[in-house]
Design a protein around this ligand. Structure first.
Ligand SMILES: [Zn+2]
Length: 426
């Protein structure tokens, strides 16, 4: 699916080097992928335009692409790119399963770049870094590899099981100096971890690098002011790999414009300067051309004291993808990941919230997932402890319902979270 031309604005000064890189990327996308060729020609952009005209002007004529188009490019990459070594799957925030195949060249590039970002977050050769993940470890393997490249003293993926009291014991013995984690997982582990540290009378954690979700303000404030732990936000997506990181000045995330070209398109959301649109300049396996990543962005004006170039941003996350039940906050992404954890792929899902005697969370899935209900329910509840608590104490109900897959594929603007509770702001 493509959308019509809209007013976007470029987040960087289009200097000659950027124009050169962009021109090469657009020509590469056009000549390698028929999906892109068709799209470009659909708006009257041919190879001559790409080789003769200003690439920024050409870019502005191209349509903004969605996850569905990117999925086609991704499938095509299997046939046209040699040496694919890895595949990243994201939880599909737009309800569509996303895959990104990675060639060995992209893979090496990605990890070198991640190592560079982690250096900006103050990780050094003296650090012992624990990357927290759930079982099976997956997301974090990439981070541990980049930390190895950086030369960190220790870098490992630490799997946090359901029984945190037991599984965190070993983490206390490993005594990491830095932790990489998704905020919601860190929040689960932090209270027991802190107790164990108090009992052991030690604990060397001085940095936490968060990824995947926006860092709750209170968590950041608590870590910084009460525990003297420096907090960093890493920013990336499965489709794009790394996009940027927060530096030690802690005034927003630096986006790296030498690897991606960033645009903002208008957003309706209060407080947002726009939604991020990404064109990749380095990624070869599945290049992005005006891909609507959809994250709501706030631009931070001025230069950063650290000396890195603008743009600097605050990432608000995607609209309409989180909700709370009795004060417990849930993220669609995280629920989707949990529900599909034991299956070999991530598929469609909608969350519907209603009120009967208490709040009811209905997980709406395609018919063919019906036989997996037990698996999906188990992983959902074992990952989402607050949800398990609400359900076990009968403060909320969890239901599974099934619909034809066309429900998900036919509707262009299906809400990921449909909150039908009375008195809850949309
Ligand atoms: Zn900075």
């Amino acid at each position: 699916m493509t959308t019509a031309l809209v007013d976007t604005r470029l987040l960087q000064r289009p200097d000659p080097a950027a124009r050169l890189k962009l021109g090469a990327s657009l020509r590469y996308a056009y000549s390698t992928f028929s999906t892109y060729r068709d799209l470009f020609e659909g708006v009257g952009v041919g190879y001559d335009d790409l080789s003769q005209n200003d690439p920024i002007a050409v870019l502005e004529r191209l349509p903004i692409i969605s996850a569905n188009t990117l999925a086609k490019v991704s499938e095509e990459s299997l046939m046209v790119i040699d040496g694919i070594v890895d595949m990243e799957t994201s939880s599909g925030t737009t309800g569509v399963r996303k895959k990104r195949f990675i060639s060995s060249e992209d893979d090496r590039n990605d990890h070198d770049f991640m190592a560079e970002l982690f250096r900006v977050a103050g990780i050094t050769a003296q650090d012992r870094v624990a990357c927290l993940d759930t079982d099976p470890v997956y997301l974090m393997v990439s981070f541990a590899r980049a930390l190895d490249l950086l030369g960190a003293d220790e870098a490992y993926v630490y799997s946090v099981g359901r029984d945190q009291g037991q599984t965190l014991d070993a983490l206390v013995r490993l005594d990491p100096t830095a932790i990489f984690a998704v905020p919601s997982m860190f929040e689960r582990c932090w209270p027991p971890l802190r107790r164990l540290y108090d009992e052991a009378g030690r604990g060397s954690i001085s940095k936490v690098v968060f990824l995947g979700e926006r860092v709750p303000y209170q968590l950041r404030a608590e870590l910084e002011s009460q525990h003297d732990i420096e907090v960093f936000s890493y920013y990336g997506a499965a489709e794009t790999s790394s996009l940027g990181i927060e530096c030690s000045v802690h005034t927003g995330i630096h986006l790296y414009t030498d690897r991606n070209l960033f645009e903002l398109r208008p957003s309706e959301r209060d407080g947002s300067d726009g939604q991020l649109v990404v064109t990749s300049l380095v990624q070869k396996t599945v290049p992005l051309v005006r891909y609507a990543l959809g994250d709501e962005i706030v631009l931070i004006p001025g230069d950063c004291l650290c000396g890195l170039l603008p743009p600097r941003v605050d990432v608000l996350g995607r609209a309409g993808d989180s909700f709370s039940i009795l004060g417990s906050k849930f993220h669609y992404d995280s629920l989707l990941r949990s529900a599909y954890r034991k299956l070999d792929e991530v598929g469609y899902m909608q969350v519907v919230l209603t009120t009967e005697v208490q709040d009811v969370l209905t997980v709406l899935l395609p018919d063919q997932r019906r036989s997996h209900e037990k698996n999906m329910k188990d992983s959902l509840l074992s990952d989402q402890l607050e949800l398990e608590f609400l359900v076990a104490s009968k403060l909320a109900s969890l239901r599974f319902e099934y619909v034809d897959e066309s429900y998900f594929t036919g509707s262009r603007k299906m809400k990921l979270v449909d909150d039908r509770r009375k008195g809850v702001a949309p």
